[in-house]
Design a protein. Sequence first.
Length: 301
Amino acid sequence: VSTQSTWKQWYQRRVHGGVVMFVMLFGYPPFYVDPQEHPGRKEAKAIYKLIVKGFHPIVKDGYGSYFPKKIRVSAEAKDLIQRCLTTELANRVTALEALDHPWFKNASNTKLQHFNTGIPELHIKAFHNFRTRNEFQQVAYAVFAEKFSVMGPDQKKSVQTTFEKLDVDGDGCVDREEFVTQMSQTELFQGESSKELHELFCQLDIDGDGTLNIKELMTSVVGNMVQARQERLWEQFQRFDTSSDGFISRQELAEALEGLEPGLLGNNTVEDLLQTADADNDGQISWEEFLEALDPTGKDL
């Protein structure tokens, strides 16, 4: 494979959204070389070297793979660009996560099409996708949300805002009528019957108390975020696998569940969860089994 071909594939997978945003705000690309100094194929090779070095989210004089001091933009814009251009795939935002970033949400008082209910599409899709979750996914996502601190402060605040919008009467919980009414107004749920939305509500209601609390909403959103990138799933697997032997043992699974709110476990026991994911019945969960249990399609959301 040629250097130029490798650069194109890696470049497109890695930073194209962040590069577009950078160009729109600053007027030049973050990875740039003078074509006169690097004619022909040398230009692509020189750009590739800059990409490999990565973007540096600092403010300094001049123009390069950093924020130029002479051109002022908001801290929110710089934060979003940094999240788009990070070399760590697990930390790079997806398109839906970018739309839920404060830079987009605070950009205008005019509601955009994907915010016509005031609820981010990221959250709406998370609710929608939760209907296909198995018991292992449900509990694993609760662990991600409660113990592994997957979300940043702004993302947690966004889920809290969504919860408050759904909780129309402000009593601290979302009942079935509130949820169905709000979701029926979104584009994703157009055409779904009231019965189907009621069934979805029941699936999101992990503890089965007839209402949704903030932790249940957080579980669904975190699960969707982690599943969006296999790199994030790998990070979570490593957190379960405290012995670093490449497997999640029964003891490691039990330790991960310790302290988890009982309602988020549903009616599942450690043995139940182990059997759900342990495809070869060897008493432990490999990375491949973990991936198959949490992301059977192998596709980004």
